[in-house]
Design a protein around this ligand. Structure first.
Ligand SMILES: Cc1cc2nc3c(=O)[nH]c(=O)nc-3n(C[C@H](O)[C@H](O)[C@H](O)COP(=O)(O)OP(=O)(O)OC[C@H]3O[C@@H](n4cnc5c(N)ncnc54)[C@H](O)[C@@H]3O)c2cc1C
Length: 563
């Protein structure tokens, strides 16, 4: 009897060694001695990510965190049991310094690119464990910026520890049922008890990594004015010295589309002790350092998710036959994959440029111009890459076709998990409005244009020169759109904000790709980065189009539009 055909599964190799884009980028930006020093750890984590962790992840596919609210004897315990991959990821993240590497500052301003290279390799094999890592990193920056020495001394050594026994992760509890975008509407009340301890009363609606030993959160001291200004930023530890939750009740874990290994809980705070981080007002503003970090993580992790999808799809195409040839020999398949690769390289360079700015900020300091740029780019890069990842990962599923739709291949989870990227840490539209806010100060746009020009100045290759014009024209269009729309008032600006912000993001991504492509031609004798830049240039950089507010309202509401 003939054996039925069995398709070999896609496989992964060392996720550092196989990543041309990451290696080439690190070679360009890092001094050779720094790269030599960090490479062994990148190789090790690359081996884990493509080997042990990836296999564990496939085996762990059906496990989810389990909440046990009561013990056998009626005691309320609210214990969350994490999945095996998460338990392993927690240890490895501490040991490899996936957070700590940035704060140890061993390599000065290169410490951030190093840390994010670790995180980028680690992310796709650890089931979104990078969510608590991002919040931990954000909590460190927020505490350090607060100048609250008592809290810094208490928490930062834990948050930056490389010892898994000592390491703490942190939560970021902002969203309430009244809204995650408009957090100024938060209902949590803060009240001082007779001993002067602040206690929080309220319900937090989305708290990821509910197992973290600490959290930064918002509460409104009684009597404070409404909106964000009246909220204060609080530090809390979830458990007391006897390991009991401190008046925190885990009502349930969210039943989510994706990120299902990440325990995202609804919590009630019923007198939870907390400490003010910096004053009893302006909590939303004081949380901004946290958002800068988590948005940077979000951006880099989109590139990581795209890269994982492509790595699997590439291997599969070399094994899967259709119509008498391997997929890797089919021209239309290759054209599709090339588009995905170009989009991924753009997301990679865009998000790692943000990382470079962060590294500069924390080591040598940012110039005034770079400060404006950093403020603007945390939103632009997050929203741009959040859209890219959905396009790429959805196409990856189609590249696998039926297998991509079947759960035990481990592929559908890539798509479901990625859908969170454009949602949390600010949705696309909310961040587009933030871009408009940032651009009330024109220095942001000037700085962005200058950065793009600087990147493209090195371009000598004549093929790349054509793409330089595409980026320049798109940026010019953005600038004129803003200038011409501003006098017409807020409605048109608001309605066009997303297309405008994406145009800025895609233009800068193209400029960065071009810079790298020119470098790669000269230093690596390789035309691949050039091919990526040229393809990305042809894939829709300028997305600005005329905005008709009445028409949008009619279409959105499906209402009659008078002719
Ligand atoms: C898996 C997961 C984990 C999460 N973990 C955490 C966590 O740990 N901590 C935490 O604090 N939060 C967390 N969140 C919450 C997340 O940050 C919020 O979902 C997000 O900020 C959006 O808030 P919302 O869901 O209330 O949507 P809303 O704010 O109600 O937004 C709904 C829609 O309205 C749009 N919108 C809002 N305002 C405007 C406007 N002015 N103009 C145009 N459009 C607008 C938004 O773009 C969106 O499309 C998590 C969410 C998910 C999905």
């Amino acid at each position: 009897m003939n054996q039925p055909f069995n398709q070999p599964a896609p496989e992964l190799g060392n996720q550092y060694e196989e990543d041309r884009v990451l290696r080439s980028y690190l070679t360009r930006i890092m001094p050779a001695d720094v790269l030599r020093e960090i490479e062994p750890s990148l190789k090790e984590i690359g081996e884990l990510a493509g080997g042990e962790l990836y296999q564990m992840q496939l085996a762990d596919r059906l496990n989810e965190p389990i909440l046990t609210q009561w013990d056998a004897w009626g005691e309320r315990i609210d214990h969350i049991e994490l999945t095996p991959v998460w338990q392993r990821a927690e240890q490895l993240a501490a040991q490899y310094g996936v957070v700590a590497a940035a704060h140890e500052k061993t390599f000065g301003r290169y410490s951030r690119p190093y840390q994010f290279a670790l995180a980028y390799i680690f992310h796709p094999s650890t089931d979104i464990y990078t969510c608590p890592l991002a919040m931990t990193d954000g909590a460190i920056r927020t505490l350090l910026r607060s100048g609250n020495q008592k809290l810094i001394d208490r928490a930062v050594p834990r948050l930056t520890s490389r010892d898994p026994q000592q390491f703490w992760s942190s939560g970021q509890w902002m969203t309430e049922s009244t809204g995650g975008s408009d957090v100024g509407t938060s209902e949590t009340i803060a009240r001082q008890d007779q001993q002067g301890t602040w206690r929080l009363y309220g319900r937090k609606w989305f708290t990821s990594a509910a197992t973290s030993p600490m959290a930064l959160t918002l509460g409104r001291p009684e009597g404070n004015p409404p909106r964000g200004k009246g909220l204060a930023l609080f530090y809390l530890e979830t458990r007391d010295e006897n390991n009991r939750l401190q008046n925190i009740f885990i009502n349930r874990l969210k039943d989510k589309l994706g990120t299902r290994k990440l325990p995202t809980a609804e919590l009630s705070l019923e007198g939870t002790p907390a400490e003010l981080v910096m004053g009893d007002k302006n909590g939303v503003a004081n949380m901004v350092p946290m958002l800068h970090i988590t948005r940077t993580w979000n951006s880099v992790m989109t590139a990581a998710a795209m890269r994982r999808g492509i790595a699997l799809a590439r291997d599969y195409a070399r094994k899967r036959q259709a119509f008498g040839a391997l997929l890797s020999q089919k021209l239309l398949h290759l054209d599709t994959m090339a588009m995905l690769q170009a989009e991924t390289e753009a997301a990679f360079h865009l998000s790692f440029y943000l990382v470079e700015l962060l590294g500069l900020d924390e080591n040598d300091g940012l110039s005034e111009e770079q400060t404006h740029l950093f403020r603007l780019l945390t939103s632009i890069v997050k929203l741009t890459t959040g859209k890219q990842v959905m396009g790429v990962v959805s196409e990856v599923i189609e590249v696998f076709a039926g297998a991509g739709y079947v759960e035990d291949t481990g592929l559908p989870v890539l798509l479901r998990d990625s859908q969170v990227f454009p949602i949390w840490e600010g949705t696309t539209n909310v961040l587009s409005l933030d871009v408009l806010r940032a651009l009330r100060d024109e220095r942001g746009l000037i700085a962005l244009k200058k950065k793009a020009d600087q990147s493209m100045k090195s371009v000598k290759d004549h093929q790349l020169a054509a793409a330089v014009r595409i980026a320049q024209e798109a940026l010019k269009h953005g600038e004129t759109w803003l200038k011409e729309t501003q006098p017409n008032g807020q409605p048109l600006l608001e309605a066009g904000a997303r297309r405008f912000a994406l145009t800025l993001g895609r233009s800068l991504a193209l400029a960065l790709l071009l810079e790298h492509a020119q470098w790669s031609l000269e230093n690596e004798g390789d035309g691949l980065a050039r091919a990526a830049a040229l393809r990305f240039a042809r894939s829709g950089i300028d997305l600005i189009s005329p905005t008709a507010v009445d028409e949008s309202a009619a279409l959105a509401n499906d209402e009659r539009l008078p002719i």
